[in-house]
Design a protein around this ligand. Structure first.
Ligand code: GLV
Ligand code: MN
Ligand code: MN
Ligand code: MN
Length: 411
């Protein structure tokens, strides 16, 4: 066990390979869920998996599973992984790091002929980012039964492309895959990820033992007014969807501005139709992403947002729909201590840390013992092409994952 470490050269090679899919030439990637670029990245990992004799499957929402069998064939697997889709544009670490670290663990177990009692399975979740299709963490949400499959398959991107059509197109390029059902059982789930915040770097700590994930609620708000001529229509006759949306957003911003700076309120997308300079906008759709560590506070603010939208005084029509509601999750104490002892066995300093970002692990938490390993990222920058993690930290996180997995999954 003392010499149990991953193959660092191979990890670097995999990282470079993944960075080539959707490379922006600016240090980042554009690899939206189910795009050709993400499909190529998924395909490359599947090719590597098949070369090693691992078993590759897909579920109805497009989550991929790469299995290395355990001694007891049909036991629920220990799952490890993350996502390959990116923000538009995104960095080269968010999600992809957790996938290549997990795949490296599988390969190292294979290289060293380490048998595990339960199967170990790499999961590549579909559409974690939600940058192309709403909501975020779609694949794990459907897997966990928190999001209806039909609703997810019917989601459209801003060009009107549907998840089911894009998934079918993507799957055609992925070769032979076994089909498995939704919600198949896991004996545990561990996800490695960059922190996406500044805490670990500031304290010079290579390993974060994640305590849990704050709650998140996402909404889509549609404001409907009426198109009118920009030059001839007096104010009193306008039903301007954009000005209504802006006033509403200002009120919601005031409502969610707390003195402790704990509430996270973001309007990340706003579309204006018909989008002509000389026409009063008739239709605005915007998203709200709301987060807080306390379920009670999150629910209270959520209810207030719905109330403000429903009672807002305007000549336009406002419709607010909740697209994602996921309460805060607290991770399993045994997995947390396993991550901590694995770090200690590698002489790596670790610290407990809460996750401000959301992750697929959030949906796994209620299903099985779940935990996450964080590594630092430069200046805490993420969802940005400048995202960066030191290679030493990537190796450290993968080594910790390897030790945690071999302990958890071994006889
Ligand atoms: C995922 O990237 C998130 O929204 O936290
Ligand atoms: Mn991520
Ligand atoms: Mn992300
Ligand atoms: Mn994320």
């Amino acid at each position: 066990m003392a010499d149990l470490v991953i193959n660092r050269d191979r990890l670097l090679e995999r990282h470079r390979l993944m960075a080539s899919f959707g490379d922006t030439g600016n240090g980042g990637v554009i690899r939206p869920a189910l795009s050709d670029e993400e499909t190529a990245a998924r395909s490359a990992i599947l090719d590597l998996a098949r070369e090693r004799g691992f078993i590759c499957s897909v579920d109805p929402i497009g989550n991929l599973f790469i299995r290395r069998n355990g001694e007891q064939g049909n036991q629920a697997p220990l799952r490890i992984g993350s996502h390959l889709d990116s923000q538009i544009p995104g960095g080269n670490f968010d999600g992809v790091y957790g996938v290549i670290a997990a795949f490296e663990v599988l390969e190292t177990l294979e290289d060293r002929a380490i048998s595990t009692s339960v199967p170990v399975e790499v999961v590549i979740w579909n559409n974690e980012e939600g940058a192309r299709f709403s909501p975020t963490t779609m694949g794990s949400g459907v897997h966990a039964g928190a999001l209806p499959l039909d609703q997810a398959l019917a989601a459209r991107d801003t060009n009107g492309k549907r998840v089911d059509e894009e998934l079918a197109r993507s799957l055609e390029k992925l070769g032979q895959l076994f089909r498995i059902g939704l919600g198949t059982e896991s004996s545990g789930y561990i996800e490695a990820h960059i922190e996406q915040g500044p805490v670990l770097e500031a304290s010079n700590t290579p390993i974060g033992v994640v305590t849990g994930i704050q709650g998140i609620i996402q909404l889509q708000v549609t404001v409907s007014g009426e198109e009118a001529h920009a030059g001839t229509t007096p104010r009193s006759r306008r039903r301007d969807a954009l000005f209504t949306a802006l006033d509403l957003i200002a009120d919601l911003r005031a409502l969610t501005t707390d003195p402790d700076d704990e509430v996270r309120f973001t309007v990340g997308r706003l579309s204006v139709l018909p989008g002509a300079p000389n026409t009063v906008p008739s239709n605005v759709v915007f998203t709200i992403d709301l987060r807080h560590p306390s379920e009670k506070i999150l629910e209270t603010i959520h209810a207030q947002i719905i109330e403000v939208a429903a009672t807002f005084r305007t000549s336009c029509h406002i419709d607010a729909v909740t697209t994602l509601a996921s309460p805060p999750v607290c991770f399993d104490a045994d997995i947390r201590s396993l991550i901590e002892t694995s770090a200690t066995s590698l002489h790596l300093k670790s610290a407990a840390i809460a996750s401000g970002a959301t992750h697929d692990a959030k949906f796994m938490g209620p299903l099985c013992p779940t935990g996450m390993i964080f590594i630092p990222c430069r200046d805490g920058i993420s969802h940005n092409e400048k995202e960066w993690a030191e290679f030493e930290h990537m190796v450290a996180g993968a080594d910790v994952l390897l030790r945690a997995v071999s302990k958890w999954a071994s006889p």
